[in-house]
Design a binder for this molecule. Sequence first.
Ligand code: ADP
Ligand code: MG
Length: 693
Amino acid sequence: MSNVPEIFGENVFNENVMRDKLPKEVFKKLMKTIELGAPLDVSIANVVANAMKDWAVDKGATHYTHWFQPMTGVTAEKHDSFISPTAGGKVIMSFSGKELIQGEPDASSFPSGGLRATFEARGYTAWDPSSYAFVKDGTLYIPTAFCSYTGEVLDKKTPLLRSMDAISKQACRVLRLFGKDVKRVTTTVGPEQEYFLVDKKYYDARKDLIFTGRTLFGAMSPKGQEMDDHYFGTIKPRVASFMADLDEELWKYGLLAKTKHNEVAPAQHEVAPIFSTTNIATDNNQLLMDIAKKVALKHGMVCLFHEKPFDGVNGSGKHNNWSMSTDAGENLLNPGSNPKDNAQFMLILTAVITAVDKYAKLMRISVASAGNDHRLGANEAPPAIVSVFLGDELERIVRDIIAGDETADNGPAKIELGVSSLPVLPKDNTDRNRTSPFAFTGNRFEFRMPGSSQNIGCINMMLNTAVADVFRGYADELEGAEDFHKALNALVKRELTAHQRVIFNGNGYDDSWVAEAEKRGLPNLRSTPDALACYDEFVDVFESTGVLSETELLSRKEILLEEYAKLISIESRTMVDMAKKDIIPAVATYVKELSEVACNKKTLGIDAALEIKQIEKLSALSADAYEKTEELSAAIAGAAGVEGIQEAANYQRNTVIPAMQALREVADEMEVNTAAKYWPFPAYDKLLFGVNS
Ligand code: ADP
Ligand code: MG
């Protein structure tokens, strides 16, 4: 293992490198943009570009790329070399400020939800100085935002940056009420990333994994996760060596990879970095997924980020730990130790609770995807109902505030914010509730609904926007108050009373919670099409916070609905292909073998009842599978006649998915009854235990 502090960040054009390579004035101006979100001084771009290029060329780079995050959710890049011809048929390596600041990739093939017709293919990428550039595989990567030529956003980064501005602006107003002169509040995120590792040779033999990232067929192996022996278990040598390589690579890119462990399901693992600002955490998480895939390949394995690669064992999520912190380094979700700080903490906490209740549907939308539908609401991940877990102590305080009567002398404990001390909260909220979608964990909230493959940019953009909106309302109300403390007490009590329905400390996996949540009036949007159908309700909040215009928002809805329908369509066609070309023929071969055995036995005068029973069973199952395949094909064909994007997504969910499930059921039954050597692809035992044995 190399010297970690030495290799850490060696591929990154970070603050230290900038201080070293840039003239003092230029460095100062650039840092102002990075730290305070001040507009970029264009005059410095040439200097920065040149320094970046020299540094990158020293690291072996020959190309640069504007690295962006289109609505596909994965990152995109187009590489240009630094070469520039000179007299005499030679070249020099050059890179201008203009090339750094703006790029023009052909945007026509990225999803835009009707924002940009293909004939106006031009989109442009704009440098995001708040996220560091880095060198990877001989190319200088410049993190950028991606817009259409008319300025509408086409990516996941721009709205995130806008939402960070929006929440900063409103949070600063709130903090000023407490006498704090704060210039910038940034949201911080630490995403815990779950993934599966499968042996490459088994992966290559499964079309479903190759085309869709998950198994569309597969009976459970005799052993699954029931022994709970994998969670935090000893890491097996092959996986350990992958993890060591992964850490080293991540450190080179300046990723604060900190924690790694085995997860609940066999072959499932987790890696978590130390938190950073949301923008950087998002870029880093995209980079992490990319690097993990490459490192796994070097070890003869494939890293799966799908939310549900295997039926019958847990799927993978991405826990989004979120908080806000000031330019003075104060974490706003850290309960203070004196009454004044406690009052501020309670107001901030109240704002988050209010935002999650008021925008519960938006929170659900933010994690909606075909893959994640397999997790949310299945007994392994938080339910599709959004609720907040506070832990016992904090919940008691909230109840006291709600019950507190300012005029009564006796009765419930009276908590006057900013005057009396709150009971001391335990630093580490250890009675973690793993079933809660949105849990307070001592100094941050952990949003557990996001799926493992999702880009967290969009998720945090929505969360930031919701909280920014609530902060704005609070600041409007309290800035004009005659008696700040009285107004503050009244506001907190009123808001907690109005939104207490979203607080739930119980078991989110319990069926009774679904009924209880319904009684409380909490939305339960079970599927992606259901969730996306609610997009239109949020036009106002996005427009008024300046995060997304109505057209931008609705284009996103369109893209996501389309993506959902396309994904299910690929999955269903893959199933038909595997059933017809692999499964049914394989079982026929096995039946033929059984028939030969039966005939031979009969010739010899031996009873062949066993073989005949097997032949009958498998023949009946094959006939059924054939029928179910035809039904699935018909369902697939039916999609062509459906008009409207929402309807198309609904059709996939209502008609195609049930037909897929019906086929899988029969095929899995065939698998259980077929000799292993005839089964056309590796089964769950190999996939789940292949790299761990
Ligand atoms: P868990 O016990 O939930 O598994 P981990 O240690 O695996 O916790 O991950 C917790 C994550 O929360 C880490 O990424 C950590 O950096 C992050 N975190 C800690 N404090 C904050 C904060 N103030 N804002 C955002 N994320 C935070
Ligand atoms: Mg964890």
